[in-house]
Design a protein around this ligand. Structure first.
Ligand SMILES: *Cc1c(COP(=O)(O)O)cnc(C)c1O
Length: 342
């Protein structure tokens, strides 16, 4: 505050370098939020009206709304029933001559099936963009997510595994040209002082937010580790309950449990019951994207996306934050047992 560099202060570049190093990518371009990062990426990839982009049916609306905002069409693909990420076996029949790219979300901190996606996308010449907003330091094989496609976008919304005290986001990429294009586009179309090479828009991470996530970044691995331990603890206590399915972890990957969601019978009643016992739970997400009012013009029915439509009715997110105590996890599990024991 004393320096008065509320925007473009040195902490912004420091954060960009630190986050690029930490996720092992060449470039990190900070943005005002994750949604802006995806918008800038899609625009700079040249996606335009009439193009079709494949999007998971079960994710946050950013991935489809940004496609529409660029004038293109989001084409929904159902997710798989074990890991809840886009199902590679359903992709081929959604591809047309207009399909240009695929947006993949590493949902809840779970890495998507990247090797299957890569081989399909290579065959049909589709660009992969990764939504890593819930997957800070999620690993797929030996790599962190974000460098498996052309670019990855992150959000530092306060509840994310690395959270600012307001809005913030970034794009990471190993592509020099794309990095420069995104930097220019998010800075009113200019990289120099006296000229604007193109029209762009304005999206920047402010210095205060950069300082906060820069200070938090060294703790991220440790916090993720605590989330994983919490998840194991839940799994061991909940596995005997027939009516509950605990989350699976994709082999050869490292889940970061942004969200720990169980599938539960009588989900809404369980949610109310737990609220009554002082346990706050959440629903991610109450409606799959194709079932939202915003997409009623596509006239999809829930049976077009059976897995997503089932997940919207069964998933319940339990508290998973790193500071959660083991006794608290045991208390939650005990109450879940009580509910089904009745
Ligand atoms: C949070 C989130 C976003 C959007 O991030 P903002 O910073 O809020 O714009 C995008 N995709 C997913 C999957 C998210 O969870």
């Amino acid at each position: 505050m004393r320096s008065f560099q509320f925007l473009r202060g040195p902490q912004v570049t420091q954060f960009e370098s630190a986050f690029a190093a930490c996720t092992r990518v060449k470039h990190c371009i900070s943005t005002g939020n994750g949604t802006d990062g995806l918008f800038a990426t899609i625009k700079m990839l040249g996606i335009k009206a009439e193009d079709e982009i494949l999007v998971p049916a079960f994710t946050w609306i950013t991935d489809s709304e940004i496609v529409s905002l660029c004038g293109a069409k989001p084409v929904f693909v159902d997710v798989d029933s074990s890991y809840y990420t886009i199902d590679p076996s359903l992709i081929e029949k959604k591809i047309t001559h207009k399909t240009k790219a695929l947006i993949v979300t590493h949902l809840f901190g779970q890495a998507a099936d990247m090797s299957a996606l890569e081989s399909i996308c290579k065959r049909f010449n589709l660009t992969i963009i990764e939504d890593c907003a819930q997957a800070h330091l999620t690993k797929y094989g030996d790599n962190y997510v974000g460098c498996l496609g052309i670019a990855g976008i992150y959000s530092f919304y306060p509840t994310k595994n690395l959270g600012a005290y307001g809005d913030a986001g970034c794009v990471v990429t190993n592509d020099n040209r794309l990095a420069l294009d995104i930097r220019r586009f998010t800075n009113h179309g200019t990289l120099q002082k006296d000229d604007h090479e193109i029209e762009g828009f304005n999206s920047r991470m402010d210095t205060l937010q950069a300082s906060i996530i820069l200070a938090k970044l060294p703790y991220l691995q440790e916090w993720n580790e605590k989330r994983r331990l919490n998840a194991e603890h839940y799994n061991s206590h909940l596995k005997k309950i027939q009516a509950v399915t605990t989350p699976a972890v994709r082999p050869d990957s490292k889940h970061t449990f942004h969200i720990y969601a169980i599938r539960a019978k009588k989900r809404n009643d369980l949610k109310d019951f737990l609220a009554d016992k002082g346990i706050e739970t959440m629903i991610h997400y109450p409606k799959a994207l194709p079932n939202l009012t915003a997409y009623k013009h596509f006239a999809h029915t829930p049976s077009d996306f059976p897995v997503s439509s089932l997940l919207q009715n069964e998933l319940l997110s339990l508290p998973i934050y790193p500071e959660l105590k083991l006794e608290e996890i045991e208390y939650v599990c005990e109450k879940i047992k009580d509910f089904y024991g009745k």
